[in-house]
Design a protein around this ligand. Structure first.
Ligand code: ZN
Length: 426
């Protein structure tokens, strides 16, 4: 539940803030925790040579993607049943009444309800998390993370999601109490501030909890200089190019543009630096700079906030009606929390094609920018193919899968676009 709420608010932003260039499937806050992983076969690819999609790896990638999709459905099913069970069994009212025996403070009631309600969900969902995030990637020979490392990531992630979720819910229920008519509008505005602050703080406060970020060192001085020149040409203010120890969890590669203003930086997985040619890395960075030039972080926050506002308005309508139907004291009764989660969760699900579509559109523009600024479409196509191979990513998904879930255009399309650029422009 905390997870559902945090996901709904942060998903859009975290995707933009934390994981970019390659992220084939719409995911959650756990994006930071479990980057898609892959095996890398030294015999097959030479990092000084360009590469293309490996058909054998694609066979495996298809199976992997199908299992992941099924697990996602199971996860959604568990979440829905959990929320409905609290509402239909009367457990929601019983928990609130039980808590009222201890305290009358509305703040403590919301906190107590959230912790018990969210805590039970985390426990119920734990076996599935363990299977999908630890067992499965290992089975597909992708993850290199130790069980201890995974548990540590889970605990840090839970602490962050718990604190953020609790702060958000306390704010929402406080607004419900003081402004029953327009709480959804205030909550939407508050969420914008929350997101901007979080975008600024994530690179310096949250991300270092999971990875060590260091500036590109002496050994990559030439690469660092090349990338800095590229950034300067794009006229963007970036506070340095950083690398992070992605390889402690996975063999997959990724890169991203994080933060805003003074915390804005470009981050490259050490796996990317290790396995990609300097030409390829340059095109990857150019893609990231494309987001910068196109103001994608700001636009993404604006777009996400607008969607959130619609969701909150719907929640206001449903809570007004639902509180009476379920016998709660009113919409601000903490017992309505499962209903709030259900509305926001369902709304997030329904709007997923819209947010994924928005993301794919901005991503394809960033791809275009990368091609125009580097004039190196063969290196770009090669970088994308290397990602498909290395990250065990399905390059050519079914159209409906891409439509519903993909935050980036399918890799096969991105590669075709790069190859088309070669022919069309020059
Ligand atoms: Zn991107």
């Amino acid at each position: 539940m905390i997870e559902v709420l945090v996901n709904f608010c942060l998903e859009m932003k975290l995707l933009i803030i934390i994981s970019d260039f390659y992220h084939h499937q719409h995911s959650t806050i756990s994006v930071i925790l479990n980057q898609q992983s892959a095996i890398y076969n030294q015999k097959c690819y030479n990092r000084r040579m360009s590469t293309s999609i490996d058909p054998e790896r694609q066979e495996k990638a298809k199976v992997y993607a199908r299992i992941q999709r099924r697990l996602m459905l199971v996860d959604l099913g568990i979440g829905a049943v959990y929320l409905l069970a609290w509402l239909l069994s009367g457990g929601s009212l019983a928990l609130r009444s039980g808590l009222q025996a201890w305290t009358t403070s509305p703040w403590l009631l919301v906190a107590g309800f959230t912790i018990i309600f969210g805590g039970i969900y985390v426990i119920i969902d734990l076996p599935l998390s363990y299977y999908s995030e630890f067992t499965l990637p290992h089975r597909f020979d992708q993850s290199v993370e130790t069980l201890g490392g995974w548990i540590k990531d889970q605990l840090i992630g839970l602490a962050i999601a718990g604190v953020l979720g609790l702060v958000m819910l306390e704010a929402v229920y406080w607004l419900l109490r003081i402004s029953p008519g327009f709480w959804w509008l205030w909550a939407g505005i508050l969420l914008v501030f929350f997101t901007v602050i979080l975008s600024n703080l994530a690179p310096v406060l949250i991300m270092p909890l999971f990875n060590k970020f260091v500036p590109l060192g002496e050994e990559h001085a030439e690469l660092a200089e090349r990338l800095t020149r590229l950034a300067a040409r794009a006229g963007t203010k970036v506070q340095g190019v950083f690398t992070f120890d992605m390889s402690k969890r996975t063999k997959a590669a990724n890169a991203g543009l994080t933060g805003m203003g003074n915390t804005r930086r470009i981050v490259l997985g050490d796996t990317l630096i290790r396995e990609f040619t300097p030409d390829e890395i340059e095109t990857v960075l150019a893609h990231e700079l494309g987001h910068q030039v196109h103001q994608d972080i700001v636009l993404g926050i604006a777009f996400g906030s607008l969607i959130n506002l619609v969701g909150l308005f719907l929640a206001a309508v449903v809570l007004r009606w639902g509180a009476a139907a379920m016998g709660a004291a009113g919409p601000s009764d903490p017992a309505t929390l499962p209903l709030f989660g259900l509305v926001m969760g369902a709304f997030g699900l329904v709007t997923m094609p819209l947010t994924a579509g928005w993301s794919r559109w901005r991503e394809s523009l960033a791809d275009q920018y990368a091609l125009e600024s580097t004039h190196n479409s063969s290196a770009f196509a090669s970088a994308l193919a290397r990602l498909a191979n290395q990250n065990l990513s399905e390059a050519d998904p079914e159209p409906w899968v891409e439509f519903l879930l993909y935050s980036h255009p399918a890799l096969s399309k991105r590669i075709r676009m790069a190859e088309g650029y070669e022919g069309g422009h020059q």
